[in-house]
Design a protein around this ligand. Structure first.
Ligand code: PLP
Length: 356
């Protein structure tokens, strides 16, 4: 509340908890548009408008609504993996899905020419990406974004771009909002990750395609109908205070990343990674091939309270399934991360045997 301007304070004090607008609070949508235009470099002659944005109860509802609205049984979708599990699960209940893996041997790079080879002309309808990527922390360059748009244009494909971790990138060049680049692109954003406000359940989809946006709004009527009124005002306060919030989050993450980098250097006989270039999670490879990470993760959680996510939780192609099971995701977005890492380091001898 210390961040709130006079307008937000007054909105908060006069808040009523009736139904809100299905599209989302206009001031909040306007602020999302500003975030995209100011920070994600929408071309100045064609800025994103508040009406290009539809609010949802978290990113998750946006993903569900988008897949169920734009894909159907006879379609084929390509999902770039490893990915957030729900995207794959929802898509698989809807259409044929092919998982296309980022390459750990090339810094989790997205190989766009290889991706083209799995497009099924006239059947493939959508490519789904997520950068900064959960779980690897890989990012996409602007030139790759444009290359992907060219590919989508060539085959008339939708691009769904999950940008929920946007705001925590570490490269010089910030990624662009895909929806600003292509009229069949839909970008997902929200306050859950970069803003650390997952409990508000506020996410949004942005697209210049008004036909798609109307379809999505129509289907939202069967889900949350509208957003939580207090959450809309609190999210407005957060978006207006974004410079301070994102700076605070980035500082926490930068400090945690230094500790994690040093930790991995100290245990290079056990762990290996491609350092994440965005977001607040990294994917560490376990060098001890005799370990069952699922079992270790369960023991760790029950006995120490430390949560690691084994690679088995993350969808990837059958070709890389076994390899991916020797990875684990570590989240380093919280202020308490260093304490958890210290504890993790103490218990390593108990859970991670030395490599033979
Ligand atoms: C890549 C990605 N997209 C979307 C979501 C869903 O976000 P929300 O918590 O806003 O529903 C998550 C949550 O973990 C995620 O990791």
């Amino acid at each position: 509340v210390g961040l709130a301007d006079a307008e937000c304070l007054s909105l908060w004090e006069t808040l009523s908890c009736g139904y809100t607008e299905t599209q989302g609070f206009p001031l909040l949508r306007g602020e999302c548009a500003k975030l995209i235009n100011d920070e994600m470099r929408s071309p100045p002659d064609h800025p994103i408008a508040a009406d290009d944005i539809l609010m949802f109860a978290g990113g998750e509802e946006g993903i569900f609504t988008m897949i169920k609205s734009l894909l159907c049984e006879n379609d084929h979708a390509i999902i770039v993996a490893p990915c957030y599990q729900s995207v794959k699960s929802i898509a698989e209940t809807t259409c044929k899905v092919t998982l296309f893996d980022l390459n750990p041997q090339q810094n989790w790079n997205l190989d766009i020419s290889k991706l083209e080879t799995i497009i099924e002309p006239s059947k493939t309808k959508m490519i789904l990406i997520n950068f900064p990527n959960n779980p690897t922390g890989a990012t996409i360059s602007r030139s790759q974004q444009l290359e992907l748009v060219n590919l989508a244009q060539k085959y008339g494909l939708w691009i769904f771009s999950d940008e929920i971790y946007y705001g925590i990138h570490r490269s010089e060049e910030s990624p662009l909002c895909m929806a600003t680049l292509y009229d069949r692109a839909i970008s997902l954003g929200g306050v859950s990750k970069s803003f650390g406000l997952a409990g508000l359940r506020i996410g949004w989809l942005c697209t210049r395609n008004r036909g798609a946006l109307n379809q999505l709004a129509g289907n939202k009527h069967y889900l949350s109908i509208c957003n939580s009124a207090p959450s809309e005002i609190l999210s407005l306060i957060a978006l207006r205070g974004r410079k301070a919030i994102l700076k605070r989050q980035s500082n926490i993450i930068a400090e945690n990343l230094i500790c994690l980098r040093e930790f991995i250097a100290r245990h290079s006989d056990l762990f290996e990674w491609v350092e994440p270039s965005g977001g607040c999670c990294g994917f560490m490879k376990i060098l001890n091939r005799s370990m069952d990470l699922d079992v270790v993760a369960e023991h760790l959680a029950n006995e120490t309270g430390i949560l690691i996510l084994p690679g088995s939780n993350f969808p990837c192609s059958a070709e890389n399934r076994v390899e991916m099971n020797f990875y684990m995701r570590i989240g380093f977005g919280r202020k308490t991360f260093r304490d958890s890492l210290r504890l993790f380091e103490e218990v390593i001898p108990l859970y991670f045997r030395e490599r033979k």
